[in-house]
Design a protein around this ligand. Structure first.
Ligand SMILES: [Mg+2]
Length: 446
C-alpha cells in the first residue's frame, strides 16, 4: 500500500517526509499552504500513483492537516503521529555519574552525623526532587547547607563521569534523522558543561535546561519555549521523577535501566516504555517507524528467543553470579542470545567471555527450558533457555562488561540463600539436587 506524506514546507513536515521517504513512502505530495486544501487536491491528482481510481493509500500528515477534499478518491486514510522531539535526562541516561553522586552523598550523610549508605540502599532510597530524599534522611539540616556539603564533596570525588554505552550512538541517530534533542536535568550547570565536553557529547546536544530541581515545574516551559507538540515529544530518563515529569507535560515517557532507579521503581511510575539502554530505544523508534508508544508486545520480532547461560564453578566450588538491571537487580548467571548460524555451545563460550572475560572448560548441558514472560525481566519475552554447568581453572580474572553492575563468587551450597532470578534459582536447585556425579571435577588440592 503506498504511503503519502503531505509535505507543507514546515520543518517538522519536512523531517517526517524525509524519514518516511527512507522507509516505505511511494510519493511525497507537496503544497505551499496546508490550509488550502485545493493545493493538496492539485498535488493529489497529479500523483502518477493515483491515476487508478480507488487506490488504497495511507496519508501521513502532520498534526491536524487532514485532506478532507481528497477522501473521495481514496479508500483508507490513517493519520499517524510520529516522534519529532526527544528530551533527555542527563545523569543515568546519557552519562554514568552514579558512583560519584553516591560517594558525595555519603560525605553529606557523614557530615550530618548519619551512617553512609551501601550503593544498593542509595539506589533504592534516592529520589527527586532531592529535597524529599534529604528530608527523610537528614531532617532539620537546611537544604542550602546540604548542597554546599554535597558540591564540596563532589568536587573532591575523582570518580570519572563517562558517557553511557549507546548514548553517543543514540544522539547521532537523532541528528541523522532530524529529531530535535533537549536536555532536562537537575545537574549543576558547571558540572554539565565540564562533563558534556569530557564525554565528547557536547556537539551532539540540543538546548539544555539545567538545575531543574523539580522537572515537573520546568516541562511546560520547555515545551512552550521550544514550540514542541506534546504528541510528537518524549522524555527519556532513569528515575520515577522523569516518568512523572513526562506524564505531567502530557508527553510520551521512556524509562532507561542505565541509571539510579530499579526496574520495580520504574514500573511503579508507569512509563510508556522501559528499555535496557538508549540503543534499544533507537531500535524501537526505527522499527516502529517513529510511532509512539511502540507496540513492543505485538512486535513481529517477538518470536521466542534462544538463549544460553551457565553456572561457572571455580576450583573452590564457588559459582559466579552477576547482577543486572534488566533482571530487577537480582543475581543470576551470565549468558545471552544465540546468533543465527551459531551452535549453542559456541554462543555460550562467546557470551561468557564477553560478559565475564572468562574462558571456561568442562561444559555440560543441564537442561533446556521455556521461560515465558518472566516477571523479573524488564519486558515480556519468551526465552528458550539452554543452561549449562562449566568450570574455570586457576585464579580467574573476572572482568564484567556494561551489562552487569556487580559480580561475586558464592559457595555453590550457599547460592540458594542469595536473591537469585528464577531461571538461576531453578538451575542451582537442579545442580544441587542432581548428585555430585554431575559436577565437573574440581582439581585435587595441591
Ligand atoms: Mg537521571
Amino acid at each position: 500500500m503506498p504511503v503519502f506524506v503531505f509535505h507543507h514546507g514546515s520543518d517538522s513536515a519536512r523531517r517526517i517526509a524525509e524519514r518516511s521517504a527512507a522507509i516505505d513512502c511511494a510519493a511525497i505530495l507537496t503544497g505551499q499552504n496546508p490550509e488550502h486544501i485545493s493545493n493538496l487536491k492539485v498535488a493529489w491528482r497529479a500523483s502518477p500513483c493515483l491515476k487508478e481510481k480507488n487506490t488504497p493509500v495511507i496519508l501521513v500528515a502532520v498534526g491536524s492537516v487532514v485532506a478532507e477534499g481528497c477522501v473521495r478518491t481514496v479508500t483508507a486514510i490513517t493519520l499517524r503521529t510520529v516522534i519529532q522531539n526527544v528530551i533527555l535526562d542527563w545523569s543515568g541516561t546519557l552519562v554514568d555519574d552514579l558512583s560519584a553522586v553516591w560517594h558525595a552523598t555519603n560525605q553529606v550523610l557523614r557530615r550530618a552525623g548519619r551512617p553512609p549508605m551501601s550503593l544498593e540502599t542509595f539506589r533504592s532510597e534516592f529520589c527527586l526532587p532531592f529535597a524529599r530524599f534529604y528530608d527523610r534522611h537528614v531532617p532539620g539540616v537546611p537544604l542550602r547547607q546540604l548542597e554546599a556539603w554535597f558540591h564540596e564533596a563532589f568536587a573532591e570525588v575523582q570518580h570519572p563521569v563517562e558517557a553511557l554505552p549507546h548514548a553517543r550512538g543514540f544522539l547521532e541517530f537523532c541528528q541523522r534523522h532530524g529529531l530535535r534533542t533537549f536536555v532536562l536535568s537537575t545537574v549543576k550547570r558547571e558540572y554539565f558543561e565540564r562533563q558534556s565536553v569530557q564525554t565528547g557529547l557536547a556537539p551532539l546536544l540540543g538546548p539544555a535546561y539545567l538545575e531543574a530541581w523539580d522537572k515537573r515545574e520546568w516541562i511546560g516551559r520547555l515545551l512552550s519555549e521550544q514550540d514542541l507538540n506534546p504528541p510528537e515529544t518524549i522524555f527519556v530518563g532513569d528515575m520515577q521523577h522523569d516518568v512523572e515529569t513526562a506524564q505531567h507535560g502530557g508527553i510520551g515517557s521512556c524509562a532507561v535501566l542505565t541509571g539510579y532507579n530499579t526496574l520495580d521503581q520504574l514500573r511503579m511510575a508507569g512509563p510508556d516504555l522501559i528499555v535496557e539502554h538508549l540503543g534499544e530505544l533507537q531500535y524501537w523508534l526505527e522499527s516502529e517507524h517513529w510511532s509512539w508508544p511502540p507496540a513492543v508486545e505485538k512486535s513481529k520480532n517477538q518470536s521466542p528467543v534462544v538463549t544460553v547461560g551457565a553456572l561457572i564453578l571455580n576450583d573452590r566450588n564457588e559459582v559466579l553470579l552477576v547482577r543486572t538491571a534488566k533482571w530487577s537487580h537480582r543475581w543470576g548467571i551470565p549468558g545471552g542470545k544465540v546468533r543465527t548460524g551459531e551452535p549453542s555451545e559456541a554462543a555460550l563460550r562467546r557470551e561468557l567471555h564477553e560478559e565475564t572475560g572468562l574462558e571456561v572448560t568442562d561444559v555440560q548441558l543441564v537442561e533446556v527450558r521455556d521461560w515465558i514472560n518472566p516477571p523479573e525481566f524488564y519486558r515480556p519475552v519468551h526465552f528458550v533457555l539452554f543452561t549449562y554447568l562449566c568450570r574455570v581453572r586457576g585464579a580467574p580474572d573476572v572482568r564484567i562488561n556494561h551489562e552487569s553492575c556487580a559480580w561475586r563468587w558464592v559457595p555453590l551450597a550457599d547460592a540458594l540463600s542469595v536473591e537469585l532470578n528464577e531461571p538461576t534459582r531453578r538451575l542451582v536447585e537442579r545442580v544441587l539436587g542432581s548428585a555430585s556425579a554431575r559436577l565437573p571435577t574440581a582439581p585435587a588440592e595441591s
